[in-house]
Design a protein around this ligand. Sequence first.
Ligand SMILES: *[C@@H]1O[C@H](CO)[C@@H](O)[C@H](O)[C@H]1NC(C)=O
Ligand SMILES: *[C@@H]1O[C@H](CO)[C@@H](O)[C@H](O)[C@H]1NC(C)=O
Ligand SMILES: *[C@@H]1O[C@H](CO)[C@@H](O)[C@H](O)[C@H]1NC(C)=O
Ligand SMILES: *[C@@H]1O[C@H](CO)[C@@H](O)[C@H](O)[C@H]1NC(C)=O
Ligand SMILES: *[C@@H]1O[C@H](CO)[C@@H](O)[C@H](O)[C@H]1NC(C)=O
Length: 518
Amino acid sequence: MTLGTIRKSLAFIGIFLFIQVQATDADEGVNGRVWYRIVKGNENNNFRINPSTGLVMRGSRPLDRERNSSHVLEVEAYNSEQGPMRSSVRVIVYVEDVNDEVPVFTQRQYNRVGLRETAGIGTSVAVVRATDRDTGNGGLVSYKILSGSEGKFEIDESTGLITTIDYLDYETKTSYLMNISATDQAPPNNQGFCSVYVSLLNELDEAVQFSNATYEAVIMENIPMGSEVLRVQARSIDNLNQITYKFDPNTSPQALSLFKINGVTGVITVKGLVDREKGDLYILTVVADDGGPKVDSTVVTITVLDENDNSPQFDITSDSAVSVPEDCAVGKRIALVLARDPDAGSNGQVTFSLISGNIGHVFEIHTTNNTYGEVFVAKPLDRELLDRYTLRIQASDNGVPPRKNDHILRVNILDVNDNPPVIENLFGYNISVNENVGGGTSVVQVQATDRDIGLNSVLSYYITQGNEDLTFRMDRITGEIATRPSPPDRERQEFYRLVVTVEDEGNPSLSTRKCLWS
Ligand SMILES: *[C@@H]1O[C@H](CO)[C@@H](O)[C@H](O)[C@H]1NC(C)=O
Ligand SMILES: *[C@@H]1O[C@H](CO)[C@@H](O)[C@H](O)[C@H]1NC(C)=O
Ligand SMILES: *[C@@H]1O[C@H](CO)[C@@H](O)[C@H](O)[C@H]1NC(C)=O
Ligand SMILES: *[C@@H]1O[C@H](CO)[C@@H](O)[C@H](O)[C@H]1NC(C)=O
Ligand SMILES: *[C@@H]1O[C@H](CO)[C@@H](O)[C@H](O)[C@H]1NC(C)=O
């Protein structure tokens, strides 16, 4: 039995000789001639033999260790076809390996669908596997990413495990297609390829962002409910969920009671009565949320403009009744009224005027600081002419159209003793009295009036001249002149010229003198 080994290689195709089988025959001549043939084990014609030399050679078909690594042949030596002289030997051929196999991946393409974009570095993505039927280093594969990783993935060259080496971001790139090679480790380093497709899963990792950092709006007060103030808008690059808007709970209650926001559209509308006089500036904080961890908030500033919706209001400290002596000097201030209007600008500026009751234009009103109305005496007063005035003061703001309000100021004119008593009989009295009349006989009653009032009109009557002999006496209060007990005596004096003085109780008093003839 002879053992031989054959190497399979394209280089040796058809001519490679590796073993010679030899038999010996002791016979001479024709009977001593030896022939060889393979009688078993060559069903696939992998081998042939030189019938005369016994040289066993590889056949025309290449050997393939991966299909059969050994072949067992039975070679026979014989003299003649029918002759009884024959002998056989077993030849075992071991096929040595040559690195002729290409690594083959278990799949042409590996898919990893829905890799989370927030996956951390070192996350396993996929495992690829290639086999190479060669033995030794020729069957050992090493993996490598040829293209498509864009710095995000690496592969373990021996295990084929693909992991992340950088952070991923769906918003930058949603999928990767990598070309991966498996190379065996012996010349000629056969290569096989596969592709790995990785698609990322979009996650709520991006911040929600308002289109404006702040928003501003200007509205008129008393704007109808439901009016749109403005619209805020936010978005997230994730674009996964509907963004919802709401007011931050820390927003002032006044603002929350006046405005509402549509959670879906971001439109802010008026839901209450906006009164500038209660607040002319509202600051709302709006939060936009897409369900992700990164919400955003913005500040909305709403300025309320004035509308002339307030009338001037007189303050309770305004004078409503004053008393003025009738001799009050022209130009003197007698009353002060105060009116306020909470509107802004000219809508809140108050001007005063006297719209009625100013008989004879004796008063005038001046406006000071758009707030105060000062009433002055413009002409001399005379209580005896008019002792009370009911002035209607109007406060008007400077809006267009103006808003007004009225206030009544009663002016009571106080008496001053400026009128002397007036004796009714302009030319005095010319009276005749009988002599020897009894005492106490009424002679005349002098009557006087005084246009003043009070003490200023309380009169006292006196005879101040012509009654030196005390023939007459005068009642101080009634003004009646009567005879005394000693009667007048015509023979003594037939003619009296009495001077009567009437005096009022004013301080200082005024008096009038009249002559009286008797
Ligand atoms: C390999 O060769 C042996 C011996 O010649 C034979 O018995 C066997 O069937 C062959 N195997 C294949 C797969 O051809
Ligand atoms: C991978 O790269 C190799 C070598 O460049 C190339 O021959 C093969 O076609 C590529 N495969 C794919 C799927 O792009
Ligand atoms: C948002 O900002 C732009 C640019 O600054 C500005 O023109 C626009 O008026 C703002 N929008 C609102 C509602 O404030
Ligand atoms: C009006 O304003 C001026 C300056 O502010 C002040 O001096 C004056 O007293 C005010 N007038 C009244 C009537 O309050
Ligand atoms: C008064 O009356 C008498 C008689 O009638 C008359 O003579 C006298 O002139 C009168 N005196 C005056 C001042 O009127």
